[in-house]
Design a protein around this ligand. Structure first.
Ligand code: HEC
Length: 132
């Protein structure tokens, strides 16, 4: 009897801890996305919009960029390098591109020196992946 009660309490506690963990990671995610948006505004918004139907500035609109084929937004004049790149943007290859644009896509027109901070790249790719 005592055993069952203890087990129940333990199981209950475990469930509670799991639930708390889930809430916590949910919050961390929202946090990261907000950080990603701040990085976007600081480093990218001079040349890019990311809202639905936003204009191309110096760079193409990035709404829905995760899952889009590189160099494929109609009406934007990409470099030959970007048109030939062939990749579909994912969080991973975006982070690699943003770390060193010229290394990831040699000959790209994107005049950006690269985002050195891996946490910022992660937060930014998360936020971009949510712009759908
Ligand atoms: C000074 C202007 C400038 C800045 C700053 C800039 N970009 Fe770009 N970006 C461009 C241009 C120009 C292109 C087109 C590159 C090409 O055709 O080779 C581009 C292309 C891209 C692409 C490829 C899009 C596609 O449709 O294939 C992504 C993704 C991208 N930029 C993300 C970013 C992010 C995220 C930042 C901020 C960390 C950023 N860029 C900063 C000008 C800029």
């Amino acid at each position: 009897m005592l055993f069952t009660v203890k087990t129940r309490i333990k199981t209950g506690l475990c469930g509670l801890l799991l639930a708390l963990g889930a809430v916590q990671s949910g919050l961390a995610l929202a946090d990261d996305a907000a950080k990603g948006q701040a990085v976007f505004e600081r480093d990218c918004s001079l040349c890019h919009t990311a809202n639905a139907g936003g204009p191309n500035i110096m760079g193409p609109n990035l709404h829905g960029v995760v899952g889009r084929k590189a160099g494929s937004l109609a009406g934007f004049s990409y470099s030959q390098a970007m048109k030939d790149h062939g990749a579909t943007w994912s969080r991973d290859n975006l982070e690699a591109f943003l770390a060193q644009p010229q290394t990831a896509v040699p000959g790209t027109y994107m005049p950006y020196q690269g985002l050195a901070d891996a946490d910022e790249r992660k937060a930014l790719s998360l936020w971009l992946s949510q712009q759908h």
